[in-house]
Design a protein around this ligand. Structure first.
Ligand SMILES: C[S@@+](CC[C@H](N)C(=O)[O-])C[C@H]1O[C@@H](n2cnc3c(N)ncnc32)[C@H](O)[C@@H]1O
Length: 168
């Protein structure tokens, strides 16, 4: 299994992103993000793998970031603005039930495709120096609609036939 080389975020990439948002008012930023995805400009922020700093934090602070609660339940984690889902998959590989929120439908489809490929046979870039491999959690993605105030998620009891939703 080979690692994908890190795509360096160039100063040109940063200035393209800044210029894009300078053209639109804060009220139009949802559309501005969607536009970047629809015009295949989603490379401007993409490092091609999860955040190494987040991996280190998760692995080095199990005292506060264990994926399991004191009474044995798997913790849920929400990742707003998840993009292609690198951090969502990485967190699920570290034992969390991870849900990514993304405003772009194309972003969600891209993240779901990435998760389908990466989750079953993860590359080494998902892990840091820790050799412990907790049992995997789950991965899901939700498309956020502009103006939404509540995000509801089917809870586990739905599988038992009860109409139960959690407020995320
Ligand atoms: C700078 S990118 C970061 C993506 C990802 N976190 C990463 O590190 O690769 C920001 C992402 O947030 C999404 N986004 C922007 N505003 C959002 C909102 N209000 N709700 C959900 N996602 C949003 C964008 O479409 C984009 O994919």
């Amino acid at each position: 299994m080979t690692d994908t080389p890190e795509r360096i975020q160039t100063s040109e990439g940063k200035s393209r992103l800044i210029k894009h948002f300078e053209k639109s008012s804060i009220n139009n930023h949802n559309e501005a993000w969607t536009n970047l995805w629809e015009t295949n400009n989603d490379d401007m922020w993409d490092r091609g793998k999860p955040s190494p700093a987040l991996i280190n934090l998760i692995e080095q602070r199990p005292d506060i970031l264990s994926p399991i609660t004191a009474d044995g339940r798997r913790k849920k984690v929400l990742i707003p603005g998840c993009g292609k889902g690198y951090d969502v998959v990485m967190l699920a590989l570290h034992g969390f039930n991870a849900t990514g929120l993304e405003i772009s439908a194309k972003g969600v489809a891209t993240a779901e495709r990435y998760a389908r490929e990466e989750f079953p046979s993860p590359q080494s870039y998902n892990f840091g120096s820790s050799t412990s491999r907790p049992e995997k959690g789950s991965v899901s993605f939700i498309q956020v609609y502009p103006g939404a105030n509540l995000i509801l998620s089917e809870s586990d009891s739905c599988r038992l036939g009860k109409a139960n939703y959690s407020i995320l």
